[in-house]
Ligand binder design. Structure first.
Ligand SMILES: Cc1ncc(COP(=O)(O)O)c(C=O)c1O
Length: 358
């Protein structure tokens, strides 16, 4: 039986994407060959890469606005390094907002390049909220933020309006909600949460911000090289790119980001309402900063843990345990998660309530 998969990543993808990807591994485009054994420079795969790049820009509303989309390898973690390499000037500085483990990871890499100003941090409160009042130095080369905090279950619901380039790690909420994406100069997202399997990262870049650092950039780290080579500077992760392409097609055929946002709002509302209503549970993130992708919550009384775990496991739920730094539970309700699976989780929470309080 297919499980209700609440894993934070790698995570659930649409069933039709799994089926089409599996078919392409067996035989790609009626070619008598598997997707995995053809050249990435073959006509069929070049078309996949071109269409995937164009579709990503189309879905984000960034076509013909001076942006380029790339599908590169190395995970979002490599972008922690690639961003300062490409944007931080020799004696310049960068501004970072510290909202969680991944934001802190990006800060750590930037510090190797130069003055890295942390404009605000919610670390002392175990990242349970998004800092709001902070000043961003106007002379910074760029501002970096993380739109969704996968581990601690917080999400930025607004972004500062500033006159310097904005870079955003959208790994865990890309394509989940409508934003004016043209306010960002670089967006990057590891595929394995809302887009595809692990192995590729979508990077969307406003091309004109590149080439201003005066730095020698090694080719593999140079966004310009990847743009010039149409995302084929080196062999791309063909399976991950193709599967991400299938998800982007699914997204488009199902109403695009606007339709996803509606469904995601309904799922998040259903689950947070239950967390707030059910006397046995409590949320971990500050309500105004709650994530609509990763819902983190605890049992008020940990002695019910064994009983609750038994109930949700019996209902076919998987991947619900919280990250070790938060504990409790984390329900990742990405685009492909149907609302009926969220209802199964709510039913499990209510079943525990009945058992304990009867
Ligand atoms: C917001 C965010 N950024 C970065 C990463 C790191 O991604 P990767 O493992 O692809 O390097 C993750 C992984 O969970 C994440 O959630």
């Amino acid at each position: 039986m297919k499980k209700h998969n609440f894993s934070a990543g790698p995570s659930i993808l649409p069933q039709e994407v799994f089926e089409k990807a599996a078919q392409a591994v067996l035989e790609f485009n009626n070619s008598g060959l598997s997707l995995l054994e053809i050249s990435h420079r073959s006509k069929d795969f070049v078309a996949v890469m071109e269409e995937a790049r164009a579709l990503a820009l189309e879905l984000l509303g960034l076509t013909s606005k001076g942006y380029q989309a790339l599908f590169l390898s190395g995970g979002a973690s490599l972008e922690f390094l690639r961003v300062p390499y490409n944007l931080m000037t020799q004696h310049g500085k960068a501004a970072y907002l510290d909202t969680g483990t991944w934001a802190a990871g990006a800060i750590k890499e930037a510090r190797q390049f130069g003055d890295t100003v942390v404009v605000a941090s919610s670390k002392p409160d175990n990242y349970t909220y998004i800092p709001k009042d902070y000043a961003i130095p106007a002379d910074a080369d760029y501002f970096h933020c993380t739109s969704n905090n996968t581990i601690f279950g917080t999400q930025m619901h607004s972004f500062p309006e500033i006159g310097i380039p904005v870079v955003c790690d959208m790994s865990s909420d890309i394509f989940s909600r409508q934003l004016d994406f043209s306010k960002f100069d670089i967006i990057y997202a590891g595929a394995q949460k809302n887009m595809g399997p692990a192995g590729t990262t979508l990077i969307v870049i406003r091309e004109e911000i590149l080439g201003k650092t005066g730095r020698q950039i090694p080719s593999i780290l140079d966004y310009k090289q990847h743009i010039d080579k149409e995302s084929m500077y080196n062999t791309p992760s063909v399976f991950a790119v193709y599967t991400s392409y299938l998800t982007l097609q699914w997204l488009k055929n199902n109403g695009g980001i606007a339709a996803m946002e509606k469904k995601n709002d309904a799922k998040a509302k259903l689950l947070y309402n239950e967390i707030d209503r059910n006397p046995l549970f409590k949320g971990t993130a500050k309500p105004e900063d709650r994530s609509k992708m990763n819902v983190t919550f605890l049992l008020k009384d940990e002695t019910h843990t064994e009983q609750f775990d038994k109930i949700w496991k019996a209902k076919g739920i998987s991947g619900l345990n919280g990250h070790r730094s938060v504990g409790g539970y984390r329900a990742s309700i990405y685009n492909a998660m149907p609302i009926k699976s969220v209802q199964v989780l709510v039913d499990a929470m209510q079943e525990l309530e009945k058992t304990v309080l009867q």
